[in-house]
Design a protein around this ligand. Structure first.
Ligand code: K1U
Ligand code: ZN
Length: 186
């Protein structure tokens, strides 16, 4: 498996970060722009990939690991060999045509539900070389980018669901968190 370290010549030691779990008020923080593409950011990117792959996710926003900067990592490939880093991403165009698709979220474990998203988008973002790139994407990648960019705005996908569904999810996850904490004490 070719992990992100082979792409970005990051240090051998990578750290798994803690993913915030809904409900958590920190998930609703609006992220600030990344100020510099430096060694600190490259290490964070490497740790985010490690965390995302370990959790079997296809995307991760910095907000989910309690870093409130406009940074997203994505890899929708099966072999984990197509890492994508979006620094200070902006959606500059979104198709009017939308599709209802099933989504999950590493911050909302075990919950999947339908969200309506644009089927195609254009995004600008900096890469790890500090170069501004423009991407035209569709399908799963477009859905994933929209989901991650919502995180940067402090929005979790359950907020698209009805208040009834959202409250049921909240109750279930609060109970799960308590059970996990109790199991951890044993
Ligand atoms: O932001 C996140 O929590 C990551 C999230 C991204 C995402 C998944 C599905 C639709 C939109 C955005 C996940 O990766 S959750 C895990 C998951 O649902 C999944 C994992 C592998 C393949 C397909 C979905
Ligand atoms: Zn998510």
């Amino acid at each position: 498996m070719r992990g992100p370290s082979s792409f970005y010549s990051t240090p051998l030691l990578m750290t798994q970060l803690t993913i915030l779990r809904y409900p958590d008020s920190r998930l609703h923080t609006v992220a600030k722009p990344v100020a510099a593409v430096d060694a600190r950011l490259k290490l964070l990117v490497s740790d985010m990939f490690e965390t995302m792959y370990e959790a079997a996710g296809i995307g991760l926003a910095a907000s989910q690991v309690d870093v409130h900067e406009r940074l997203v990592v994505i890899d929708i490939s099966e072999k984990h060999d197509e890492p994508l880093v979006l620094i200070n991403p902006e959606i500059i165009w979104a198709s009017e045509e939308t599709r209802l698709g099933e989504e999950g979220c590493l911050s909302v474990p075990g919950i999947y539900d339908g969200v309506e998203r644009s089927i195609a988008i254009k995004v600008t973002a900096m890469d790890l070389d500090g170069q501004l790139q423009t991407l035209a994407v569709e399908g799963m990648l477009a859905v994933c980018i929209q989901h991650e960019m919502d995180h940067l705005m402090g929005k979790v996908f359950v907020e698209y669901l009805s208040p009834l569904k959202r409250n049921r999810i909240k109750t279930k996850l609060v109970k799960q968190k308590k059970d996990d904490e109790r199991d951890g004490e044993r």
